[in-house]
Design a protein around this ligand. Structure first.
Ligand SMILES: [Zn+2]
Length: 450
């Protein structure tokens, strides 16, 4: 979401259009479709081994595709064509990054290779031009680092080719429901976004719900009746010279943040998500009942009734809309709590425990609510990370081992009960969250005193 650039951060702000007339939606869908076709065309022609050495600069590829005539054939404005090619080439590059990292692992694990073999292979993988030449059986200059190695280069090159062919995937574009557009392709007038048709002087008006404008590349998602616009926004990173504390934070399911100093921020996050969980559970039960009526109708041959139920009672639009609204409310709560914590504690450093990796096969989820809070847990971490960066605060993640079941007072193994944490050894009684936060503090201080 957030990319770093100098001392600013880029984040995405969403803007929504009003409900749009059908022909406007069709126009936008047309752009998304053309955008997807250009991406597919680029994938097909440039994701193979032969193109690997020439993915940069992307302008050359853009020129070639333009000359093929497909852009005019699709009637796609240049303002959408250029980003489509850039988008596709960047996907292809990520595929190559995946292959190279996969090959790196295989090289490490391969017992038939000597250390010198490995040095050679790793060196080649780092050099685009040389790697490309080897893949295409072209002449190449032996890299300096590999000159004095005792290796059978031809054998190793064959291995590289074989593994690359085996693991290189082609990116695939399904149907595209979005397109990107450069500033050359749009303008604003009185709260309306005007999008170029590619025909000189002709622009399609898209009324917006707010007055925000941009001079950056926009990404536009076409929906059933309206569109959502992703606008990149630069924010300046702030420095706070009065932020000097180190705080130790337990991220919990009931209260959002519990600090080792006892302060709590985002109290009762669990209650908010519990309410929403209850609402969804009820709703899903009702939908399940309707679905079984629908199934019975279909089985007894009443197709018409079954179809009617599907259209009238099982639509997902309203259901999703309500869900989005509730989620947005919870996100506002979370962001406000993080802001309050940073403003009040003035930390130069925030220490948290890394999330415990849960094995998919044995989810310890006792209730659906746990699951829901867990979904928000990653959102909380993402926002905390972002806000720390925005405020030049160091975020330290330590291993969570020993921050849960151990007594923060005496170090003995204690018990997590319904009413909190209890230590049988020294008698400490505390909330699980506070004990966890204190353990994070102890562990961090121990790590740094060694
Ligand atoms: Zn104890």
């Amino acid at each position: 979401m957030a990319g770093k650039k100098g001392n600013t951060l880029t984040k995405t702000v969403w803007q929504y259009t009003e409900v749009l007339p059908e022909d406007t939606i069709d126009f936008l869908r047309g752009l998304a479709e053309g955008y997807g076709k250009i991406k597919n065309y680029t994938y097909k022609r440039y994701s193979g081994i032969k193109s690997f050495g020439r993915l940069t600069p992307v302008y050359d590829i853009m020129g070639e595709i333009r000359r093929s005539g497909i852009r005019t054939q699709l009637g796609l404005p240049s303002a959408c064509f250029d980003p489509a090619v850039v988008d596709a080439v960047s996907d292809i590059k990520s595929m190559w990054a995946v292959v190279r990292s996969k090959l790196g692992n295989l090289i490490t694990m391969n017992e038939n290779l000597t250390d010198e073999d490995r040095i050679y292979l790793r060196t080649i993988l780092k050099l685009d031009k040389t790697y490309a030449a080897i893949l295409n059986h072209e002449d190449y200059e032996m890299p300096k680092k590999a000159k004095d190695l005792e290796i059978d280069a031809e054998r190793l090159n064959n291995l590289l080719r074989r593994l690359t062919r085996k693991y290189l995937r082609k990116p695939e574009a399904g149907q595209s429901d979005y397109f990107s557009i450069t500033p050359a392709g749009y303008a604003y007038k009185d709260g309306v976004l005007l999008i170029t048709t590619g025909i000189h002087g002709k622009r399609i008006p898209i009324p917006l719900k707010d007055n925000r404008t941009s001079d950056r590349q926009l990404k536009i998602f076409v929906r059933e009746k309206d569109a959502a616009i992703a606008i990149p926004v630069e924010s300046r990173i702030k420095m706070h010279h009065d932020y000097t504390n180190t705080v130790y934070v337990h991220i919990g399911y009931k209260d959002m943040f519990t600090l080792s100093n006892g302060n709590v921020y985002g109290a009762s996050l669990g209650d908010i998500t519990a309410e929403e969980t209850e609402r969804l559970t009820e709703k899903n039960k009702k939908r399940a009942r309707i679905r079984s009526v629908q199934k019975r109708s279909a089985e007894s041959g009443d197709r018409k009734k079954a179809d009617n139920i599907g259209v009238n009672n099982l639509g997902t639009q309203k259901y999703d809309h309500q869900k989005d609204k509730e989620r947005a409310k919870t996100q506002i709560f979370i962001n406000a709590a993080i802001n309050r914590m940073l403003a009040a504690e003035k930390p130069e450093r925030v220490v948290i425990a890394r999330p415990v990796k849960v094995h998919k096969t044995k989810l310890p989820s006792k209730s659906a609510n746990r699951k829901m809070t867990r979904n928000f847990n990653s959102y909380i971490r993402e926002r905390l990370t972002y806000k720390c960066r925005m405020n030049s605060i160091e975020l330290v993640e330590i291993h969570s081992k020993g921050t849960g079941n151990i007594c923060s007072c005496c170090g003995a193994e204690g018990k997590r009960t319904a009413s909190g944490f209890v230590c049988g050894s020294c008698g400490l009684q505390s909330t699980t969250a506070l004990n966890g936060a204190k353990n994070i503090e102890n562990k961090y201080k121990n790590m740094n005193s060694k």
